[in-house]
Write a protein that binds this ligand. Sequence first.
Ligand code: ADP
Length: 301
Amino acid sequence: MKIAVLSRKASLYSTRRLVEAGRERGHEMHVIDYLRCYMDITSHKPVVMFRGEPLTGFSAVIPRIGASRTFYGTAVVRQFEMQGVFSVNESQGISRSRDKLRSLQLLSRQGIGLPVTGFAHSTKDVDGLIHIAGGAPLVVKLLEGTQGIGVVLAETKKAAESVIEAFRGLDANILVQEYIKEAKGMDLRAIVVGGKVVAAMRRKAAEGEFRSNLHRGGTAEAIKLTPEERSTAVRSAKAMGLNVSGVDMLRSNHGAVVMEVNSSPGLEGIEAATEVNVAAKIIEFIEKNAAPSRTKDRVKG
Ligand code: ADP
């Protein structure tokens, strides 16, 4: 099959691994910088252009759209979908996953366990917001943050008030969330491909830090999920309408709670920790599912 990885750079670990895994399985792999693609959206025959040539003959695309490029990146993915090209994650699913609030609303609608969470833009009712999260200690998150930036643990009510007020000054959307203390600075990441957990790891925060992001000095190890955690991960991916995703969870006293579902999970940390060839699992998924015009998002939200 002719498969495109939509990625800014061929040298990125995940991009490289997808190309390698595809070639090993006998496919023709291309890396296409989606920001360099352009399109005639009025044409009856939708096509994506790249360096003066139409991109044709692809059976599937694997979107690896950067968080800050969601708008343009998903437009390119959509144009491929309009051509009938199978996309591993559809444009709608990617857009949905990039909106943390929308994601939490969709997960909650499916009855998936979440940390108790309040959401606000510029409320003056700071007490009310703190009350929703069950009082201090609590976690305040900037909605636009990634890699743990803009995630603050407020240990006292006073600290929580100050942080919320400071963020209000920034004119930002914030989440105020119950602090899952019993997670002890650890979180779980499950990679779900085609409705199955194919790899899972536990990330542990560096000493003196509660955020377990690998970018924040966290360490990772392979882990076996409980059947309940497995099912939570699979249901979360389905609720978001994603064929490939990374589901981040915390182990709380009331079971697994989901923090986030990522539509372009990095492969480096998970492949190193688990020794699972996740890239090959994604290619196998394409082999089984990439029939033309299989766009079928049904999430309704
Ligand atoms: P980002 O999307 O920026 O990585 P997250 O919401 O995933 O932000 O939070 C970063 C890290 O902080 C998580 O991996 C987890 O270790 C920790 N964390 C986030 N929310 C909570 C919470 N409610 N309780 C305990 N720890 C949390």
